[in-house]
Every structure is written in C-alpha cells, then in structure tokens.
Design a protein around this ligand. Structure first.
Ligand code: ADQ
Length: 413
C-alpha cells in the first residue's frame, strides 16, 4: 500500500482579500502579511503541511498576489525529487474573463490540477491562521470514517459566532447535523452555553465527492460559490460530513500551555493580540518548538546589535522578539516585535508594538501600542500611541486603540 501522504494533495486557499486588515493588505494579499518578525501568515499552514509529510501542495492565489507568489516561490521551493512541490497558482480564468467569486469557485477553476494528480483525498486548508496542527491526525480520522468531507473545528466564544462557520453535531459528536456560515443568531453548546463549535476553514475531502459537489455548485446561479456557505452544507444535507475536533490534535513538542492554540487573525486587533501572545514571558504560542518548526525565508542579514550610545544610553530589549538586522542604538524596546532591519535611535522607546521590516524610530521618539508597517520612518521626538484622538486624525486606529501606520506612509513630526 502507498504511504498515506502520497494519496493526498494539499490545496492551500490563499486568495483572501483581507479587507479587515487594511492598511496591512493595501498592496499585499492577506496570507502574505508579515507576522512575528520573520514570518508571513502563510508560513504557518505550509509548515504544518510540510511537517506532517504532505509535500505536494498547490497554493491558490488571487488578489495582490505578487509578494505572496514571490515568497512562496523563493522560500518554499523544494526538491522536486520524489515528486514534491509547493506551487503558487494564479487565478486561471479558465471559464472566461472573470476572477474567482468565492473559495469554491477557486477550487472549481483549478480542477485540472486535481485531474492531473487524481489523489484519493484532498486537504483544503485556509492560509490565514496562527497555529500548529498535525494534519495527518485529521486525515487518518477522515480515511477511517469514510466521510466525504471532514471539517476541523474548535470551540470559540459565542459572541464571535458571526465570524465563523458554526457546527452542530448529532449525539455521536462526530456527524455534522447542521452547518451555518457566520450566523447572527447562534446559540451556545449544551455543555458550554457561552461557546460554539466553529469551523477552522480546514477540510479534508474524498476527491471524487469534492469534484461532484463543485460541479453541481458551479451550475447553481444563486450560489456564492463559497466552501463554508455552499459546499459544506451540501455534504451536511447528504449526511456525509464529519467533524474533526482540533482539541484532539497532538503536535510533537507541544506543551500544556500551547496545545490547541489557534488564532484567526482576520482583524487588526486579533492580529495585534496574536503578536502579544508571542512576547509574554511564557509564550502561549511557542515559536521555539524545534520538533514542529515554522519555516520561512528572509534575506541574509547580520545579527541583531545592541549599542551603548551617547555615553549613558544602553540599547536594550525586554520581553521582545528581535530579528536579524535590527540595531538598537541607545533606545529601548519592551514587549515588542522588531522585524528585520528595524533601527531604534538614542532615547527612543518602543512599547507593546509590532514594527515591520526596516522601520526606523528617530531619536527620542516614543511608540506605544502600535503596528507600523514596512519602511516607515518615525521622526525624531515623535509621539505615537500616547494621544489616541490625535493619532486618529492621521492614522488608522482600531477599536481597541491600536495605532496602525501603513507601508511607506510618511509620518510628519
Ligand atoms: P472566511 O475566512 O471568512 O471563513 P473566506 O474569506 O472564504 O472565508 O476565506 C477562506 C480561505 O480561503 C482564506 O484562507 C482565504 O485566503 C481563501 N480564499 C478566499 N477566497 C478565495 C479565492 N477566491 N481564491 C483563493 N483563496 C480564497 C472561513 C470559513 C468559515 C470558517 C473560517 C475560519 O468559510 O466557515 O469558520 O474560515 O477562519
């Protein structure tokens, strides 16, 4: 018998527009948004698949896919020996001059990729989440149960139900009896009234069943061609959809603290909070689990440097992630993420913030509770995040009061 992974093709849906992450998605696709200093969001799903042994992956792209394509082609190029690959696939427009209308349409337009391989099962995973997961454990359950589709699920707070596909199961806890995409009137679980069972947007399909469902959906002019909204409910109606409980997933090297960690970073506040999870003294999400590494690629840069400047200013960072190429010259970073090439000049203070590549913080400037995108220069003496009302007049500010400055934005003193 063939090993389990060779009968499976992994398809990563990476075409999301990420409107709620504006301005970070102003000129990049959501899965290409940087995360944790050196990563991009898509690295997490691709690492999970690679660590699980699924080394044939197609990445379906769409909006503003240039930096995503470049990242995937450069970082994830693998040896093609043994037939392994990670291929970014742009919108095909095979069915005429239109882009994909929804995630199911993206799969439908790329059916030729599936016909080329004819795998027995397809893993179809989203690209926008921070988590560790061994996909093999889900695939095994899917194959053993004989379900047409298996949907990964996790408990989430009831008040977030309208952001997720909400799942109800039959008394066995396995068969999905109802699936509603982003309902506004969800009720809590019998054993936890303040929680719902949410789809993680990760599916494993029996290939032929998936093809049949996509074809049927393509003929329906009233469909939005969305996996969560249209395709999964078709399988639920037919009684052939099962749930995989993410709480059962056990990743090598994980601990009590980070087992089951999963964050949908669909909003700026969620994106910010997931970063703060990285810098706590005992990180809730542990980037240092070498038994399940998160892979990425970045330019070769010199080591981070901390400089004692102006005679009395010690450059330092506390409870922070400091990437290669960073120079902290007489400034201080606290509970922050400093991406490659960031520079902090003398007497500057950065607290509870996310600084992306090449951000420069001028002499004496103070930055608090901010997300600052690539290449932004904060002038000497500037104040960011101290007077939120003033900040609101010049930058984006989130509901939780996080100041967000877009890529290449010019900041006046
Ligand atoms: P959403 O994330 O809102 O909900 P969607 O916008 O379709 O659903 O994105 C799902 C994935 O598909 C993302 O990775 C996105 O990048 C990608 N994608 C979207 N449109 C695409 C297209 N046309 N081409 C290629 N890729 C595309 C989904 C599910 C919910 C579930 C949440 C979990 O629909 O049921 O609860 O994910 O976050």
């Amino acid at each position: 018998m063939l090993p389990m992974t060779t009968r499976v093709l992994a398809i990563v849906l990476a075409g999301g527009e990420g409107k709620r992450l504006m301005p970070l998605t102003a000129d990049r696709a959501k899965p290409a948004v940087p995360f944790g200093g050196i990563y991009r969001l898509i690295d997490f799903v691709l690492s999970n698949l690679a660590n699980g042994g699924y080394l044939r992956m197609v990445v379906l792209t769409q909006y503003k896919s240039h930096s995503l394509d470049r990242h995937v082609s450069r970082t994830w190029r693998m040896s093609t020996m043994l037939g392994n690959y990670v291929t970014p696939v742009p919108a095909q427009q095979r069915l005429g001059p239109r882009w994909f209308s929804g995630s199911a349409d993206a799969l439908f337009q790329n059916l030729n990729l599936i016909y080329d391989e004819m795998p027995e099962h397809c893993i179809v995973f989203g690209a926008d989440h921070i988590y560790r997961m061994d996909p093999g454990q889900m695939v095994r359950q899917h194959m053993d149960s004989g379900a047409d589709v298996t949907v990964a699920a996790i408990r989430q707070p009831l008040e977030l139900a309208d952001q997720f596909g909400v799942i109800e199961t039959d008394p066995s806890g396995r068969r999905i009896s109802a699936f509603r995409e982003k309902p506004t009137d969800a009720v809590g679980l019998p054993d936890a009234p303040d929680q719902v069972y949410a789809s993680m947007g990760n599916y494993v399909f029996r290939t032929q069943a998936m093809i049949d469902a996509l074809r049927e959906d393509a003929l329906d002019p009233s469909s939005k061609h969305d996996l969560g909204g249209n395709i999964i409910p078709m399988f639920v109606k037919a009684g052939s959809a099962e749930v995989y409980d993410f709480a059962d997933n056990d990743v090598p090297g994980s601990s009590e603290r980070d087992r089951g960690y999963w964050r949908d970073v669909g909003t700026l506040d969620a994106y910010y909070e997931a970063h703060m999870d990285l810098v706590s003294a005992h990180p809730v999400f542990n980037l240092y689990n070498s038994r399940w590494p998160i892979y990425t690629g970045h330019d070769p840069l010199p080591p981070a440097k901390f400089v004692h400047n102006d005679g009395d200013r010690v450059g330092r960072a506390l409870d922070s992630l400091v990437s290669p190429g960073v120079i902290i010259s007489g400034g201080t970073a606290c509970r922050s993420i400093l991406s490659p090439g960031v520079v902090l000049h003398s007497h500057s203070q950065v607290e509870d913030s996310v600084l992306m590549g090449n951000v420069k913080i001028g002499r004496g400037a103070v930055v608090r509770r901010a997300i600052i995108d690539k290449n932004v220069v904060i002038p000497d003496g500037a104040r960011i995040g101290l007077d939120v009302e003033y900040d609101r007049s010049r930058f984006a500010v989130t509901r939780e009061g996080i100041v967000v400055i877009g890529k290449n934005e010019v900041v006046e003193h």
